[in-house]
Design a protein around this ligand. Structure first.
Ligand code: CAO
Length: 514
């Protein structure tokens, strides 16, 4: 057994794990990406130093790691060469004329390698006013992308580097007329002051040359673009990249925001009213906590869905007295195998039967809103509550699976969600979503449609209620259902038929088991 450690990531500071890209049981090759890290200045993928089978994952999303932190335990495959961490040496760098004594030279900082690295974005031009820490350019090697921030504020006099140049530590980037005191530790020479930018974390972001950029898939963007996207609340998977290999550039992001504002602004102009900034300390003691990455991501999605989709929620109650009696007879069988048989698996089956009966509920609206894309598959998203926030793993082909298989898959997906080890693809491709709060409580709620789905079923806690059956009130176990739907696709009558059909199914054990 071998423990894979975090390699030198170019900084001693702890960096956050934002994605775990492997699972226990995966067979990995040397240099396969294991996790993604993100600091203030860099995002980076950590490649495996060895090949083998993953036996244990020792980090989770949200953990802070440094060089030497154990990532995985693997059972080693055949001994392989050490990973290649160097970038290719290509042509020499472009050099500019030596600046005059009144000018401040800014050089390429220590980038964690002595080799030449390509300039993939130049963010300044002569005449620009720049501030300290502003990104001047972005570099990219075979395995790393990094922003180079300015160590000073001032006015750019000349730019010594152009797009696609190959540069290395010490090369002149730009000359600046400095308006603030340069930072301590700058090199000064007799004829000029030479100013090295702060070293940024060297990254190991390896790009898959053959994989085109996909909506919902992996996005390529420099740390500064990622930061800007976060500040603007833009999900990068929504933005088309026009850079090399689909890389999202600052201009792409700006154009995306402009388009969104133009599209969403009401006829009267003005867009959505902005929330006021409130100083809560005026009212008492407060503590400010950062939102988790999962919370920030789900906040963006939920807000987008809330403002774009005209929601209506239809309520009903299903009589699950017989179903519950049956579940209790089967519960132990599932527990012997190590998982729980909850009402949720029966609901998944009932949902699929209802989707077959009412196919519009198993569709998506095309991006231009002109067509309905009818799905022939039945992949059900299940909202899972985790300490980091809400995630929605997708259980595939529910129509083809029995209740015990579904219970097992649901338990595995829930565990992965709580460990933070779900991969992007585990959360994609749903055709309908269930959000069950039945294990917690409450009588009803109005879930937000999980676009591009067109409907979502909210489930609350079942309760014994008196139900009038012909001559008398009879105690029955009633399950509250809340069906939210996109009113552009589904009419109220259809929704009422769907939920009535589903309630009837749940009340009839024989039909549901078929
Ligand atoms: N009525 C009564 N009891 C219910 C119930 C219901 N509708 N649903 C579940 N229960 C019971 C279960 O049977 C279980 O009891 P036992 O252990 O005695 O069998 C208990 O409640 C706990 O269930 P659970 O929550 O662990 O399991 P689940 O399969 O019902 O749900 C999961 C799994 C992952 C969906 C759930 O853990 C979860 O995270 N729910 C929150 C989802 C959420 O946050 N949604 C809001 C999103 S915002 O739209």
């Amino acid at each position: 057994m071998k423990t894979v450690l975090i390699p030198d990531i170019g900084t001693d500071e702890a960096v956050e794990v934002i994605e775990v890209t492997v699972s226990v049981g995966d067979t990995i090759a040397k240099e396969d990406s294991l996790i993604t890290l993100e600091s203030e200045k860099a995002s980076m993928e950590v490649p495996s130093s060895d090949a083998g089978v993953v036996k244990k994952i020792l980090v989770k999303v949200g953990d802070k790691v440094t060089q030497g932190t154990p990532v995985l335990e693997i059972e080693e495959a055949a001994k392989a060469d050490a990973p290649k961490t160097d970038v290719k040496v290509e042509q020499g760098s472009t050099r500019a004329p030596v600046p005059t004594a009144s000018e401040q030279a800014i050089n390429i900082p220590d980038i964690g390698s002595d080799d030449y690295v390509e300039v993939i974005e130049v963010a300044i031009k002569p005449g620009d006013e720049i501030t300290k820490e502003q990104t001047l350019l972005t570099l990219e090697s075979e395995k790393a992308s990094m922003d180079v921030p300015s160590p000073v504020s001032g006015k750019v006099l000349s730019v010594a580097i152009k797009l696609n140049d190959k540069v290395k530590k010490g090369d002149l980037m730009a000359t600046v007329s400095v308006t603030t005191e340069p930072t301590a530790g700058l090199e000064h020479r007799s004829t000029r002051a030479e100013n090295h930018a702060e070293p940024v974390a060297a990254t190991t972001h390896r790009e898959l040359e053959t994989e085109p950029l996909k909506i919902g898939g992996r996005t390529y963007a420099s740390p500064s673009v990622r930061r800007l996207a976060r500040e603007l609340g833009v999900e990068l998977t929504q933005v088309g990249g026009t850079g090399r290999k689909g890389r999202i550039q600052k201009l792409d992001l700006q154009n995306f925001v402009k388009r969104q504002l133009a599209g969403n602004a009401p006829a009267s102009g003005g867009g959505l009213p902005v929330m006021p900034k409130v100083d809560f300390t005026k009212f008492g003691d407060v503590e400010t906590k950062p939102l988790s990455r999962v919370k920030k991501l789900s906040a963006t999605n939920l807000h987008r869905n809330w403002v774009n989709i005209p929601h209506v929620t239809q309520f009903d109650e299903a009589d699950i007295t017989d179903l519950e009696a049956f579940r209790k007879t089967q519960k132990e069988r599932a527990e012997e195998k190590g998982y729980k048989l909850t009402p949720l698996v029966f609901l998944m089956k009932a949902v699929v039967s209802s989707l077959k009966q009412f196919p519009e509920f198993n569709s998506s609206l095309s991006a231009d809103g002109q067509e309905l894309i009818m799905k022939k598959y039945f992949h059900i998203g299940v909202a899972v509550d985790t300490p980091e926030g809400l995630v929605v793993p997708v259980i595939r082909d529910v129509d083809k699976k029995g209740i015990f298989d579904l219970a097992k898959e649901l338990a595995e997906a829930g565990n992965k969600a709580r460990e933070g080890s779900l991969k992007g693809r585990d959360m994609q491709g749903s055709s309908f979503t269930i959000s069950s709060l039945g294990g917690i409580g409450g009588t009803a709620f109005t879930p937000i449609v999980n676009a591009p789905d067109v409907a979502i079923l909210g489930v609350s806690r079942s309760e014994i209620k008196p139900v009038y059956q012909g001559k008398e009130f009879v105690p029955r176990l009633m399950l509250p259902l809340s069906l939210s739907y996109d009113h552009r696709v589904i009419d109220g009558a259809q929704a009422a038929r769907f939920i009535t059909y589903m309630s009837a199914l749940l009340a009839d054990l024989k039909r549901i088991m078929l």
